[in-house]
Design a protein around this ligand. Sequence first.
Ligand code: SF4
Length: 641
Amino acid sequence: MGLTVAEKLITASLVDGEMKKGNRIGIHITQTLTHDVTGVMTYLEFEAIGLKRIKTDLSVSYIDHNILQADYKNPDDHRFLMDITSKFGILCTKPASGICHQLHLERFAQPGKSLLGSDSHTVNAGGVGMLAIGAGGLDIAMAMAGEPFYFKMPQIIKVMLTGRLSPFVSAKNVILEVLRRLTVKGGLNTILEYAGPGIKTLNVTERATICNMGAEAGATTSVFPCDEVARYWFKAQDREQHWQPIVADDDAVYDQMIEINLSELEPLIALPHQPDNVVPVREVAGVEIDQVMFGGCTNSSLQDVLSIAHVLNGKHVHGNVDTGLYCGSRQVMLEAIRRGAIDKLICSGVRIMEMFCGACNGMGFAPPSKGKSLRTGPRNFYGRCGTESADVYLASPEVAAASAITGKITDPRGLGLSGWEYSMPAKFVIDESMFLQPQGFLDHSPVRRGPNIKPLPDLEAVPGQLSGETLIKVGDDITTDHIVPAGAHFLPIRCNIPEVSKYVFKVVDESFPERARKAGSGFIVAGHNYGQGSSREQAALAPRYLGIRAVIAKSFARIHLANLVNFGLIPFILVNEDEFELIDQGDTLSIDTAILKQGMKYLVHNITKNQKIAVETPLSQAELDIIRAGGRLNWIRLNQR
Ligand code: SF4
């Protein structure tokens, strides 16, 4: 039986386990990436492991999130990252060199290799046939230490693309259509593998856009074959030597198939506050908007910028609409300048921002109160933009540009625009002047740490009995943005767990941290897909710091589940989902955890209601052993003795 692209990639990296659906498998990681929000903790963790050198072929630390320097915190983090990466042999980019995923695609992504990144959108690199997976920072630290990365062998969904996209219906609409069909839970424990004649019509950055938002479906990763289209990209990036052909065998077998005829797609839009809340633009056309954000790791490529400039060409943005552009990299910016696009955008009244994630997670450019913001980024979770009362819509660059002109949600096809075709440069401008190459493993070089960078908290082993209050009960699709807020006020304190813990569940229930602190221990109860979205490990560590020892849910998002393990919280799944109703916030629960055994069922005693509720963990014995020790770092220390 032949192999899919995903199976070929996994086979090339497999070091432990058998590639059977649902099996726990370990892969060797050749590259890692971090960014400044997740990177500081990651490198503190790598330091705590005690190694002096990374063991990966390449590790890159990007500084692309916390760019606003309103006080000392973000610049202190930047300086720490530049110091510590040089010491460990890690390449570091200077602030605002570009968004990690766009930059990695341009300069480092390699077909056939594996990439683990402390950001869920690391999957962007699947656009060139790389096995690219998002994970928590501690998993990245372990990968840099040469340890395998473990995950459940996913099912593989073939996304069969036929036809060709119509004018003004770009790649963003493909992934919005996938999300419309799959929802934010439908990709859990799957790999989305794109195939069919339609893929030849999509260039690498279009493919990356599609892979990128596979993270929103909860997929482990997404991947395109590596073909002649990809070869052209590598050639244009002056690294054709990294190209290799990787295509599925003719007799490869998939677990499921989705068919999308690109020719039939129309402009789509995700309504607030979930990326799967997708409808055709025509259904909401005319809704007035206050803000447009161009950019984000999904849509900040040269093609995106040129397309925006083409739609805006000579027209001014509407008087009521504040419009900003974040190019994905210096390469994108320089190419766009050379082609006159930035000129046009400035004349149209677009604010030209720095090259970073920008407003996507609320690092500046927040919408006004109750404002409506139309964005080309990948996420519109409640409160993420920095203004809790605002509504964020997600759409393609073309829809966003058309809407910026009219001041309301607009289908660009109705503006009578002339057609336009993107031509990728035969050779891009290569600018690595903001890359800091590691200085050759200087063991004694000083690492400057600002006062906001706090040591990792010590975590105790799991006791034989867990008891406490249900400190919060939440519904389905709680994101890590709900658990630990984004935004310019909160992102700079991510490396300060005592401080960040004061804001846990801020957008859901501001009283949670104080109640948790007073209680000293307790439980979180949640619906399906708990912890979806961003890979931030603080969403596990900060509740743990406040005394949460277990989360009882209907199901968990993949990365968050791993983060709970890494920090010694037990994720329990309800055996019977109806029993969700048997626990209310405030109820006192007790669970016997003297034995943590794979496949074992446990009874939660709801002392308040005198009810018993059956739960189990979805974990392997190895993961349960890590939890028993109180988390991965404790486990390493115990096993190093
Ligand atoms: Fe940056 Fe937004 Fe992409 Fe996260 S989702 S990497 S914040 S652009």
